[in-house]
Design a protein around this ligand. Sequence first.
Ligand code: NAD
Length: 351
Amino acid sequence: MRFVHDILPQRVRFAAGAAAESLAAEIGLLGGERVMVIAAPSQKDLAERITAGLPVAVHHDDVTMHVPVDTAERARTVAAAHEADVVVSIGGGSATGLAKAVALSSALPIVAVPTTYAGSEATPMWGLTEGSVKTTGTDPKVLPRAIVYDAALTLGLPVELSVASGLNALAHCVDSLWAPRTDPLDQALALEGARALRVGLPQVVARPDGLEGREQALYGAYLAAAAFASAGSGLHHKICHVLGGMFNLPHAQTHAVVLPHVLAFNAPFVPEAERRLAVALDAPTADEGLARLRGRLRAPRSLRDLGMPSDGIARAAEAVVAAAPEGNPRPVTPQAVTALIEAAWEGADPR
Ligand code: NAD
């Protein structure tokens, strides 16, 4: 065995019901005296509650999915005007993404308090959107210094959103098994993440206000993101990136629909990873494990239902082939990608 693996410098605090306490500890360690709190209007009450004891300079709620450049500029202006010295993001990947946009230009430290399973808090990747073009990059400045995980904050995440977001996390696990920089540590994180999500997500659906399922799902989401941050984007993420950008599809739901198709496509070409994923998913094969889990979660099935036009399939396939990651276990041909996207569009069984 021979590999090189970077461990990202970040503290993870995981404790249900302890968000305020964990945040206070992190702001203390960073010496924060003028905190900028970023949270969407729907998270306002929650944000005010858990930051009540902090030296907050400003609350900023102008949060939009995929971080449009003008939204980023406004947030940067607010941070400068209030002389913020720490940014606290509270919410899903959109709130974390906006904090990253601020950190990208200012190098301010971020403490992230995630309330979905998107996992952006565990990666140094940023994204900014101008018109319909999303630019992404990697910069150590945007990696949050600390993550405060409090599963109690996720109890109100609606079931449908929890399922889509949880499958977005599972997609990080699966894609990490064959992504360009995958290594044995990424695979260990990814497989334990897949196991935790397989256990937690059905519990979340059965009892959305139950802490046990929520904790498993959140723990799995962190592992998934840590694996993804190191392994990089595999074929699944390249496809979702193209589809999301071209047709403005909802992020987590697009991942949830596309995942079984990419797994069926690549799995026969990575038999060892497939076998281990099957074990993590507690099924005879990985495909079957994912199908069973999706059935229990009543997961979204088709890109058509998400609003993708049928005449976009050929255009999307062409863009995916152009962006295909190097070293995908199976050759990414135009015919194969077209068939894959067609099946995902229709909501057909993976083939
Ligand atoms: P999101 O942050 O837009 O949240 C989805 C919706 O859920 C929003 O309306 C939000 O207000 C609401 N919400 C969030 N938490 C809630 C809670 N606990 N209770 C009730 N409602 C809640 O969506 P997302 O899927 O978390 O993040 C998607 C974004 O993150 C995309 O822009 C994606 O590109 C980005 N992302 C980036 C990375 C990265 O590494 N940079 C990784 C994953 C996702």
